[in-house]
Write a protein that binds this ligand. Structure first.
Ligand SMILES: [Zn+2]
Length: 304
């Protein structure tokens, strides 16, 4: 049983490894001076890092997948040959510019029926003997991993099938959640829902503004030596909005707005500094000269 499993894993890695070589060739066509910056070959899964100053466009991804799958379906030979380094250089010089190798090298070459080389690398790994064994190739992800280094993650059959199955499940769940019949209606429904969401959000914002203004003008405040107006507000209210409207409504007052969770805003009146007030009270703060914001439990002690 163990032997069978090992053989499955071995073939899965071989599929991914040959696919990595094909991917490398396609990337080199797009990014002329690109170099491999790292590679991971796992079971029907591969990760390839390479030097490039930009990510691939979706058209390029589609093109790479198409070309590699054409090579897969054409069932071309993958030849593994040991030869002297000098012979390899003579035959395929441009394929292995500056890397250092021993006298005898192992060349992995994919070629078509006209004996044209489609991919060639010096490599010690195990490979499928015919491209058809890869089954199918699909890029699942690309990202930037470091400055000038991009990463492509891809899968070979049967993981392509598993991935399609996962995607279908996500699609089915989304269709059900959006109360539509087919995935083709999804974009329309999404646009409609987003529009409704925007309308609702602006309605909620207007309502909140009304509530805030109402609250600030209700004389529901206290005062002390430092502040002319002290508002204790509910944490549900948009804190910054409250500050914004308080500044407009009471430009000539020094104001403190705080919540029971110690968040506070200090607004100074003209020509005075909210920063200095906060410093005088010994509480931690940040923001601007006329409006400071902070979170400090000492704020509660000020009014006990
Ligand atoms: Zn290799």
């Amino acid at each position: 049983m163990k032997l069978i499993v090992d053989q499955c894993q071995r073939y899965a890695k071989m599929r991914a490894h040959t696919a990595t070589h094909l991917l490398h060739t396609e990337l080199a066509k797009i990014f002329k001076n690109t170099k491999q910056a790292g590679s991971l070959v796992d079971e029907d899964y591969l990760r390839f890092d390479f030097n490039a100053d930009r990510l691939l466009t979706s058209e390029e991804i589609h093109e790479i997948e198409k070309t590699i799958n054409q090579i897969v379906y054409a069932a071309y030979t993958v030849e593994v040959k040991e030869t002297s380094y000098n012979d390899a250089i003579k035959l395929w010089a441009k394929a292995f510019f500056e890397d250092k190798y021993g006298d005898i090298v192992r060349v992995v070459r994919v070629f078509n029926n006209e004996n044209e080389t489609l991919s060639i690398e010096l490599c010690g790994g195990t490979h499928v003997s015919n491209t058809k064994d890869i089954g199918c190739f699909s890029i699942s992800w690309q990202e930037a991993v470091a400055s000038g280094v991009k990463r492509i993650t891809a899968v070979t059959w049967p993981k392509v099938g598993l991935r399609m199955h996962e995607m279908q499940e996500i699609l089915d769940t989304t269709v059900a959640k959006l109360w539509i019949k087919t995935a083709t209606q999804m974009l329309d429904k999404l646009d409609k829902t987003l529009k409704e969401y925007d309308e609702l959000r602006s309605a909620v914002e207007s309502l909140e503004t009304l509530m805030i203004k109402d609250f600030l003008q209700s004389n529901n405040f206290t005062s002390n030596k430092v502040f002319e107006k002290i508002f204790n507000i509910s944490s549900d209210l948009n804190f910054k909005n409250v500050g914004f409207h308080a500044k407009i409504l009471f430009p000539d007052s020094t104001i403190l707005i705080y919540t029971k969770e110690w968040s506070f805003l200090i607004l100074s009146k003209k020509w005075s500094s909210a920063k200095k007030i906060a410093e005088g009270l010994g509480i931690r703060w940040w923001w601007t000269e006329v409006m400071v914001q902070g979170r400090d439990e000492n704020i509660l002690k000020l009014f006990k």
